[in-house]
Design a protein around this ligand. Structure first.
Ligand SMILES: Cc1cc2nc3c(=O)[nH]c(=O)nc-3n(C[C@H](O)[C@H](O)[C@H](O)COP(=O)(O)OP(=O)(O)OC[C@H]3O[C@@H](n4cnc5c(N)ncnc54)[C@H](O)[C@@H]3O)c2cc1C
Length: 445
């Protein structure tokens, strides 16, 4: 039989997996995960993501074993080296994988594709993560979109994903398995067990994802449009980490929820697609503002204020509640993400990258496409961004979206609270004044 290496990355599932399906048609399948964080540079998985990844790989290995297969684990500083070793050790003649869209990963994968093809190996990549590829949506002049509404309108005319394939019941195994590291040897779990809150809040893996989608479609989706902004209510799907790690695909969601396709819930999945569209077409935005005039923005540096924000000690109740939810569970409600981000970049006037990096380390759903979009949106320097002069007032946001204070009490408890580190009104005015200097020196508008 002809054997194929199935290189699993952010597609840690067995259902709706086009690369797995294609490998099965070829013959024996050798599923492999290679841990090589150095190749992802500054944006390699953070601490919360590593915790999730460990659990997700364990769940995937169990599912593979039930089907007569295994998950082969390797550690490498270059994935290409690990793949070459595996090709030699197994005699496999092809490598299949699901695409990723982060700039460094795209460059690495292109290099691997070229190198292995030159050595006579069949290499194929598949769309395992998106409803539509970033390059398949263009405006009338053939350019990428920078505004969500026309992007999504256009994308929806083209989205027509095939029905998802079920997880195979058997996966043909090679006659001899290559060696694998033990999962613990990847060192993904922290030395200090700070993850109790996360372990309580989540069930990583394909089954956990399917269960969440089932319960969400069985109830909360009906009231999503009204309840999605209320952080005290479980009104959203909480599928973001599962989607990031590919434990569930947006195509599965699309087909599981045909009656919700034109509603706000699927539109939010559209924001995830848009984030990937932007990351693919504007890769520099992971570290630089999409709107170049923001390069000159007079950001403040203040290590003490940053620490207070990170640890939920700003004295602004909704901000502190959100930052504590994040620390405790690895997730934060979207409305509160917008509020804490606005507070950091506007009231504290600190660079959005400080916020993006903290989220990167602490979110279980940390995703380079969505996190970059979210932070640039909040800072007013990205695509479709909230205008800089619209400063969220965390106190009125709390009155509107947490009117009983339930969410704030849940995360702050009833102990004494620190005094606010800034005056909301004065800091808002300082932010607007800083923004004005930018506009008066801008040559773009
Ligand atoms: C500053 C900031 C940073 C963010 N960083 C991330 C991140 O690193 N990873 C991440 O997945 N999301 C990020 N988001 C987007 C959003 O907050 C989360 O996707 C959402 O809260 C996840 O909860 P849910 O799964 O219950 O969402 P639901 O409301 O149930 O939405 C369903 C799915 O749609 C997608 N989605 C929803 N809103 C957005 C959005 N605004 N942008 C992109 N995709 C979206 C997610 O995949 C989500 O799971 C960020 C938002 C902000 C304001």
């Amino acid at each position: 039989m002809t054997a194929t290496l199935l290189w699993l990355r952010q597609d840690l599932r067995l259902a709706d997996h086009p690369a797995l399906q294609a490998a099965l048609q070829r013959g024996d399948v050798i599923p492999v995960f290679i841990w090589s964080p150095e190749e992802e540079g500054e944006w390699q998985p953070g601490a919360a993501s590593r915790w999730w990844l460990h659990q997700s790989l364990a769940a995937l290995a169990t599912e593979l074993e039930k089907r007569g297969s295994r998950l082969v684990l390797r550690r490498a500083t270059r994935s290409l080296d690990a793949l070459r070793d595996l090709l030699v050790e197994t005699g496999a003649t092809a490598v299949y994988w699901g695409r990723r869209y982060e700039p460094l990963v795209i460059a690495r994968d292109a290099d691997i594709k070229n190198s292995l093809r030159a050595e006579g190996i069949e290499v194929r990549s598949f769309n395992t993560a998106l409803l539509i590829e970033p390059w398949d949506v263009q405006n009338l002049s053939g350019k990428p979109f920078q505004v969500f509404t026309p992007y999504w309108r256009k994308a929806c005319t083209a989205i027509d994903p095939p029905k998802p394939a079920a997880a195979p019941s058997r996966i043909a195994a090679p006659a001899r398995w290559p060696q694998s590291l033990a999962l613990e040897a990847l060192g993904l779990m922290p030395n200090i067990a700070w993850y109790g809150g996360m372990a309580e809040a989540w069930r990583p893996g394909e089954h956990g994802a399917a269960a969440l989608l089932g319960s969400f479609l069985g109830g909360p989706v009906k009231d999503y449009a009204e309840q999605r902004n209320l952080p005290a209510v479980s009104g959203t799907s909480r599928l973001s980490p599962h989607l990031h790690f590919g434990e569930i695909s947006p195509r599965q969601i699309w087909h599981a929820a045909p009656e919700w396709r034109s509603t706000q819930f699927i539109t939010e999945i559209g924001w995830r697609e848009f984030a990937h569209h932007l990351l693919y077409h504007f890769p520099r935005t992971t570290n630089a503002p999409l709107r170049a005039d923001f390069e000159r923005f007079p950001w403040r540096e203040d290590a003490g204020d940053l620490l207070a924000w990170q640890h939920g000690r700003t004295g602004i109740p909704l901000v502190d509640a959100g930052m504590r939810e994040l620390w405790e569970t690895g997730w934060m409600h979207n409305r509160v993400r917008m509020v804490v981000a606005s507070f950091l970049v506007k009231n504290l006037r600190m660079h959005w990258l400080h916020g993006a990096r903290w989220f990167w380390d602490t979110l279980v759903d940390a995703d380079l496409a969505s996190n970059t979009l979210g932070w640039q949106w909040a800072a007013g320097c990205g695509a479709d961004a909230a205008p800089y002069f619209r400063v969220f007032n965390p106190a009125s946001q709390a009155d509107k979206f947490d009117p009983q204070g339930e969410y704030q009490r849940r995360w702050l408890g009833s102990g004494s609270r620190p005094a606010p580190i800034v005056d909301l009104k004065a800091s808002r005015e300082a932010a607007l004044a800083a923004f004005k200097t930018l506009r008066s020196s801008s040559t773009d508008e």
